[in-house]
Design a protein around this ligand. Sequence first.
Ligand code: K1U
Ligand code: ZN
Length: 174
Amino acid sequence: MLRPILIHPDPRLKKLCAPVADIGAEIGRLAEDMLETMYDAPGVGLAAPQVGVMKRLLVMDCVKDPEAAPRPMVLINPEITWRSEETNVYEEGCLSIPDQYAEVTRPAMVRVRWTGLDGAAQEEEFTGLWATCVQHEIDHLDGKLFIDYLGPIKRQMITRRMEKLKRDRARGGT
Ligand code: K1U
Ligand code: ZN
């Protein structure tokens, strides 16, 4: 089932999410819906607060080659356990801030520990777009958006565009 994606500014996108305590059927359904919503958008990642669920869960699939097998990943209670000194600049977008892009500098590599849908602990090192994406999604779980890395003038300009987009949509525009 597709879930509507919240658009910035929304107070739920600024809040710290709570750890997932129980990995039951409800969490399984949420993960399935989030993957469907992410692929439909389309996007390479999606965090639970973007669909209004204030829990520490994210999904991602950064396989960009349409010929390659997809790699849908579900990360529950993810934690960054190591960050590289080396950084990487990527022009980021966000499904909660449609059609706005800006360069963000982040560690080029990160090691992340999380719990899988089967309840097992997992740990993996991410590089390239995977590293950028997992950091962007973990930021969502901490109430942080990529525009929070920009200067106040750029951030305010993007926020005003999003306020207008929301007004237009509420009036029945696309
Ligand atoms: O969290 C989100 O809003 C999803 C976001 C993740 C992300 C993108 C780029 C850098 C960091 C994190 C997106 O998926 S935006 C859409 C996007 O990047 C994309 C869409 C289609 C194909 C490839 C990329
Ligand atoms: Zn985002």
